[in-house]
Design a protein around this ligand. Sequence first.
Ligand SMILES: [Zn+2]
Length: 278
Amino acid sequence: MPELPEVETVVRTLNQLVGGKRIQRVEVLLNRIIQRPVEPEQFTAALENQLIHRIERRGKFIRFILDEIVMVSHLRMEGRYGLHQEDEPIEKHTHVVFYFTDGTQLRYKDVRQFGTMHLFATGDELIMKPLHKLGLEPLDESFTYEVFHARIAHRSTKIKPLLLNQEFIVGLGNIYVDESLYRAGIFSERETNKLTELELRKLHTAIVVTLQAAVEAGGSSIKSYVNGQGEMGMFQQQLQVYGRKGEPCEECGSLIEKIVVGGRGTHYCPQCQPKEPS
Ligand SMILES: [Zn+2]
């Protein structure tokens, strides 16, 4: 499952590859990907002759900003976009093809078929499902410590499930929550309203730094990331705790442990993230 930094990298790559192109027509090969409008024929008709002004991200959703409509796309488990020339054969698992006026094609492939596409009049996408309830955007300038503190300070839940809640903060996912809490020195099961001001400040910084480092990793590996077919894959950045059970902590040498918190596998350093802070 791609997390926020991967989706951010896909969005940046899409801007380079298809920003400024005009859609001639669209072919839907698998109807279930299209969620709105209900009829795929209406979807393809609305996209005809639209210019892709730019591509933006909201949480893990990709927003294609067109002339007067917006296409919202979610990759879910395995969805991916690739830019192709018209003479390249259509590969298996290709479900939607966007034909551009310059002869190139953006193809959406999805082995698991869980990905979705919605069309909205511009602006409506932010106040309607599935984007309407999304929480704080951690890579946006609006994500200040003051905003974070105001939203988090009085919560009585455990910190990890709160950070995974998309209505509170978007796009962190299991991996980057573990990495952020490690960086901030906070144990996943601590109660949110018992965290100190200093811990909340460390956590805010840790979330931003962790995600930015991941986006940088995606950006710097962008050449290998877009393969010969112009297809965007997922990268794995260097992780400090996630997936490192039994390996030594880079800070203190203690062995990384794995437990289950809120039903999710959780990696932490027992020394750097004490259960009962002194
Ligand atoms: Zn440690």
